[in-house]
Design a binder for this molecule. Structure first.
Ligand code: NAP
Length: 247
């Protein structure tokens, strides 16, 4: 009988895990996507798309689909899904692993301000910034529209719908990761003095290297809190998790 694994996806780690597990003897792998992006990169194996209807909906799905173990590989800034997964797995009596890439760590020369929410970022920017690169994702732009004296360069993969009412802003649609040279050139071309981003970790860190070398400030949002669950910070660690039953 096949052992069915549910991967909660939406990250590069989820794609890599699904690819690594595809075709593994005795395993059936389903990746779940929230369905936010128009053309998501589809993982190997089976895919289901759309919310479950909260923790209770997820618990019902786990039972109906005969899931044996769950890996929460959602993006580090997916603030709710991990809590729903913990509650649903506890209710269904299933093992749960959190797969999350390491956060970026501050290095010598970094001019970072860590914040817990965007309101704190807005306050900091209001005191000292003039030209800001916002690399926060298109869902998180609204709080920054209050800063009418600041010029924003807004980088996102897809266009925000609707466009938030910024006083002075330019939209740049682009999908990373970007090279150090590309990031440095962009920051210089637009005379950026502050970069705002989330501590996503992973392959999009060249902007931080460029900001450090140019002496620019970075307002860095910390990751949201997560439930206490077993954790893996790499694909290899996830593959060694006993809940998969791979040995
Ligand atoms: P969230 O706050 O944790 O989740 C909000 C709701 O979206 C959940 O309650 C759930 O709906 C649904 N959902 C989230 N992940 C799901 C999944 N893998 N499969 C099925 N339903 C899911 O997450 P978010 O910040 O809105 O992000 C949505 C998705 O985009 C996540 O899967 C995440 O991995 C990905 N993503 C997020 C970011 C970010 O910065 N937030 C960046 C890149 C990718 P129900 O309650 O109805 O089940």
């Amino acid at each position: 009988m096949l052992r069915t694994i549910l991967i909660l996806g939406g990250s590069g780690e989820a794609l890599a895990l699904a690819a690594a597990l595809a075709g593994w003897p005795g395993l059936r792998v389903i990746t779940s996507l929230a369905g936010r992006t128009g053309q998501p990169r589809l993982p190997a194996g089976e895919v289901r798309i759309g919310g479950f209807g909260g923790a209770s909906g997820l618990a019902a799905y786990l039972r109906a689909a005969g899931i044996a173990a769950v890996i929460d590989a959602t993006h580090p800034f997916a603030a709710r899904m991990g809590w729903h997964a913990a509650e649903a797995c506890a209710a269904a009596g299933l093992p749960l692993l959190r797969l999350e890439r390491p956060a970026w760590a501050r290095r010598e020369g970094d001019l970072w301000d860590d914040v817990d929410d965007w309101d704190a970022a807005v306050t900091l920017l209001g005191h000292r910034s003039r030209r800001v690169l916002l690399a926060v994702g298109r869902q998180d732009l609204a709080p920054f529209t209050a800063l009418t004296d600041i010029w924003f360069l807004i980088r996102s993969v897809e266009a925000p719908q609707p466009w938030p009412p910024f006083a002075k802003a330019l939209s740049l649609l682009a999908k990373g990761p970007f090279s150090y040279d590309e990031e440095r050139a962009l920051l210089l071309e637009h005379g950026i003095d502050t970069l705002v981003c989330k501590n996503s970790g992973g392959p999009t860190g060249a902007k931080l290297d460029a900001a450090r070398d140019l002496g620019l400030r970075v307002v860095m949002r910390r990751r949201p809190s997560r439930p206490e669950t077993p954790r893996a910070s790499s694909l290899d660690q996830a593959l060694a998790w006993e809940g998969l039953g791979l040995s």
